[in-house]
Design a protein around this ligand. Structure first.
Ligand code: ATP
Length: 306
């Protein structure tokens, strides 16, 4: 495989089988340096499995991944040294304090004590956890624990940070705090790869997105590119419980339409034209809104993201 100098991670024709179940099915992607790259898809799409293969936790069945030009098959130790990982599960040591959790982790990397202390102080300050340094992990809020997991992934100052569903289960305020942290890390030059099933998270944070479903990457590009290519800029949502209404809209609007139950999503680039056509078909007024990544997912799979 030819290495792309711009990319820090390159997956080519990746396959992962778990005892006969194909979790990842011939997937290729290229993750540019200093960007935030997102794998967006519902539960079971294969996102976590791709992450595990990147950070050498799970061997590839077929294909290969290069990290900084090194293959996960032959150089897992050197690759692991370049990567920080924040997994979905909260595997912090509950009996230890915030600071102790970071200290224990720094020992895995053989970081000298003095360097570790300095690094940990910087991380606690960056993550707004200085006041909690001596607090047992058990006494932290969910959002603080998640920040600590991300801070821990940065103890060895990795070039690449992997965040597997960084905000799942958090309240809206804690989610935004994690988002802001991710934006600051990216601005500071880190490359970030994250998985999410939240379209707003992908849209807010990611420079590039791979939409995953059923072990495959269905589409790949910046949020604006995906939206432009797959659904256009506008959508008119129409409640159409009767078959006659559905037919009337299909006759009026020759363009792209998705149906979920009694709701039609009518896509196009001209909001005014969309509204007029839908109103002509139903005799009712409708709202036209801007499209988002949820629409992209719906159009690609015929299903809603959640
Ligand atoms: N260790 C394993 N053994 C067997 N099957 C697995 C294993 N890990 C994952 N799978 C299966 O592989 C498929 C992809 O799972 P994966 O966790 O990668 O998806 P995901 O998109 O990350 O979803 P989630 O958001 O739920 O983690 C699923 O069908 C899952 O059940």
């Amino acid at each position: 495989m030819m290495a792309n100098a711009m990319a820090i991670v390159e997956g080519s024709d990746l396959v992962k089988d778990y005892n006969g179940l194909r979790a990842v099915d011939h997937v290729s992607f290229s993750i540019p340096r200093t960007e935030c790259f997102g794998f967006l898809g519902p539960n079971g799409a294969g996102k976590t499995t791709v992450m595990k293969m990147i950070y050498c936790r799970s061997p590839v069945t077929r294909g290969d991944i290069l990290v900084n030009g090194m293959s996960v098959k032959t150089e897992p130790r050197r690759i692991k040294a370049l990567i920080g990982v924040a997994t979905q599960d909260d595997n912090l040591d509950r009996d230890l304090t915030v600071c102790e959790n970071l200290m224990v982790y720094s020992r895995y990397f053989d970081i000298p004590h003095r360097t570790a202390r300095k690094r940990i102080a910087e991380l606690l300050s960056f993550f707004d956890l200085l006041e909690k340094a001596d607090t047992p992990v058990d006494d932290l809020s969910g959002g603080m624990r998640r920040k600590l997991i991300v801070a821990r992934a940065l103890v060895n100052d990795p070039e690449l940070l992997i965040l597997d569903e960084p905000t799942t289960g958090l309240d809206p305020q804690a989610r935004r705090q994690i988002w802001d942290t991710i934006i600051r890390l990216k601005d500071g030059g880190k490359t970030i790869v994250l998985t999410t099933h939240y379209m707003d998270e992908a849209q807010e944070l990611c420079d590039r997105i791979a939409v995953m479903f059923g072990g495959r990457i269905l589409e790949y590009g910046s949020p604006a590119e995906l939206i432009g290519r797959v659904v256009g800029t506008s959508v008119c949502e129409v409640y159409a419980p009767e078959e006659a209404q559905v037919s009337a809209i299909r006759d009026q609007v020759k363009g792209s339409i998705e149906q979920v139950g009694s709701r039609l999503y009518v896509y196009g680039n001209d909001a005014e034209v969309l509204r007029n056509k839908c109103e002509a078909a139903t005799g009712r007024r409708h709202i036209v809104r801007k499209t988002n990544l949820e629409d992209v997912f719906l159009k690609l799979t015929g299903r809603q993201l959640k």
